[in-house]
Design a binder for this molecule. Structure first.
Ligand code: ADP
Length: 394
């Protein structure tokens, strides 16, 4: 790259550096008060007429915020001071441009801005890439005390924190939008099926009993699906609002398991085997533990449709009760396992299933609230074992 400095302005790690910058989605973004305020503060603190926050990509310096530059937004990398400042992990301090060989003939020094003093502190990402600078500019030569240098570096750190915060907010908003899109899509399918069933029932009020029965069954399935989705949404919002109080009682774990999983038999497609230490009494929120168990068994049915047997095993250990739900389904890829309990996570493998990626997240939250742990072991092609623990009170 030809540049006014006549030196190499491209650091060895420039590709990775630009990738780090792009992650923050800040280049070309609108002006934002928080960044302007940092520049205003810098001008005040250092009694300086000009301050700016810049981010540098492959060929352009983008000025995200500034005081004293009349709304200037872009400077070519071949000219910008920032291009030199990012070459070193510490402050670039030019006390007098007229005495600095790199800057003495710079166009911003000889005409235009008449810059005499420049101090640029690097904005460094947590993984160590210099993505931009926080700069002070004056038309008079000057110097900085050690304390002032420290302060300027600190302000650059604040600019980085603000960049991170802005990005986290952006990600949350994107995640929320994505979630709303998925949720409405998931709800549209059963609503459409329900509408169709009602329409058929309405049109053929005296129609054959078979048809009526089929339509009522379809309507029923759709309503169940909707209930399932709405319940997940409701649980999630309650979790977010931390309005989940546990109502603990003593109950028999074996009894709970055999009572709550009748739906497996009813489906006619799977067998439920229950084994282990079934006569253990636990002290927990019965409804919530049932919810976790039902969710894991339902997932086994949903995501392992060809696994004839679903095994629920209870193992009493010294301090916890461990409950396993095993299927012989397609399993879960090792790349997906770390994400499986995260909110909104849905695997894209296999046949698409109705779901919002909330079930396991809700299970994990319930188990955590009980002071237990949740996990999964799975091998692709062999099946999955989900497990959770309930602490045993002495
Ligand atoms: P949802 O509420 O949408 O069913 P979950 O949080 O319960 O979502 O599950 C998240 C993802 O985990 C699912 O999209 C599915 O891919 C995977 N998963 C859950 N249980 C199993 C299982 N028993 N076998 C294979 N994959 C599973």
């Amino acid at each position: 790259m030809n540049n006014v400095y006549g030196i190499n302005l491209i650091p060895d790690n420039d590709t990775e550096r630009i990738a780090a910058l792009e992650r923050y989605q800040i280049f070309n973004s609108h002006r934002e008060k928080a960044f302007d305020s940092i520049c205003e503060l810098a001008c005040e603190l250092f009694s300086c007429p000009i301050s700016h926050i810049s981010f540098l990509n492959a060929d352009t310096e983008f000025i995200k915020a500034e005081v004293g530059l009349n709304g200037l937004q872009y400077v070519s990398r071949s000219v910008g001071f920032c291009s030199v400042a990012i070459l070193q992990p510490d402050l670039l301090l030019v006390e007098d441009t007229h005495k600095h060989e790199l800057f003495v003939n710079h166009p911003y020094v000889t005409d235009k801005l008449r810059i005499r003093f420049y101090a640029g502190a690097p904005i460094i990402s947590p993984d160590g890439y210099i993505i931009g600078t926080l700069c002070l500019i004056d038309t008079e030569p000057r110097s900085l005390t050690e304390k002032e240098k420290k302060l300027l570096r600190k302000l650059a750190d604040v600019a980085m924190e603000q960049t991170q915060l802005r990005f986290d907010n952006l990600s949350l908003l994107q995640q929320r939008d994505e979630f709303i899109a998925i949720a409405s899509h998931e709800m549209r399918t059963p609503v459409t099926a329900l509408k169709a069933a009602i329409q058929v029932l309405h049109t053929y009020q005296d129609g054959p009993a078979d048809l009526q029965k089929a339509m009522i069954e379809q309507a029923n399935r759709s309503v169940n699906k909707l209930t399932y989705l709405v319940n997940d949404l409701f649980d999630t919002s309650r979790l977010a609002a931390r309005k989940y109080n546990l109502e603990k009682t003593f109950f028999d774990i074996g009894e709970l398991i055999s009572n709550c999983c009748d739906f497996v038999k009813v489906s006619g497609k799977h067998e439920l085997d229950i084994e282990g230490d079934l006569s253990v009494q636990v002290f927990a929120d019965k409804e919530k533990i049932e919810q976790v168990l039902v969710n894991l068994v339902e997932n086994a049915m949903k995501y392992a449709p060809d696994s004839l047997v679903i095994l629920v095993r209870v193992h009493r250990l010294a301090e916890v009760l461990r409950i396993y739900v095993t299927d012989k389904g397609p399993g879960i890829g090792s790349d997906q396992l770390p994400h499986i309990f995260k909110r909104y996570f849905r695997s894209e493998n296999g046949t698409p299933q109705a779901g919002l990626g909330l079930g396991l997240y809700i299970c994990a939250e319930i188990v955590k609230q009980h002071g237990g742990e949740i996990g999964v072991e799975s091998e692709q092609g062999l099946g999955s074992t989900f497990w959770f623990t309930i602490p045993m009170t002495a």
